[in-house]
Design a protein around this ligand. Sequence first.
Ligand code: GDP
Ligand code: MG
Length: 163
Amino acid sequence: MSYTIAIIGRPNVGKSTLFNRLVGQKLALVDDTPGVTRDRREGEGKLGDLEFTLVDTAGLDEGPKGSLTARMQEQTETAIALADALFFVIDARMGLTPNDRAFADFARRANKPVLLLANKSEGKHGEVGAMESYALGLGDPIQVSAEHGEGLGELYDALRVLM
Ligand code: GDP
Ligand code: MG
């Protein structure tokens, strides 16, 4: 079994962008499985010489007033259960939201290695959000830009230690 990493976080932080960057062309779609989780995508990810199975928790809408819907919780929990490690993604430009904290509770309770990724950190834009994210209790943030491919060397270094 390949080392499996689930990408977790609230909507719009850049999870799918990160998934696509690490999976590249070799994207595989997972069929909907009734009764289990819908919208979960899996692919074979690659970062330098590291190869792993990557699980994206897909675009779910936030509930009323940005609350965490039951379906989002279920999907996240299923992905966490399948994973050997988690990428917990925040939008470092936006700073922390209540939903970030709610998802972080899941990630902490999983008792699995978590890499905290402060995404959208191209340029200097993510500094404040990255600092704020220490409060999640998920360790030191790694500043990345999924869209621009920045910070992947730091991500590699952190991931290599886990795998
Ligand atoms: P998801 O809902 O967490 O899967 O987020 P998406 O991957 O769909 O991205 C949400 C939005 O954030 C899109 O408009 C992306 O283009 C944008 N985005 C993703 N990564 C970055 C990044 O590194 N920098 C910036 N500035 N925008 C990003
Ligand atoms: Mg997505």
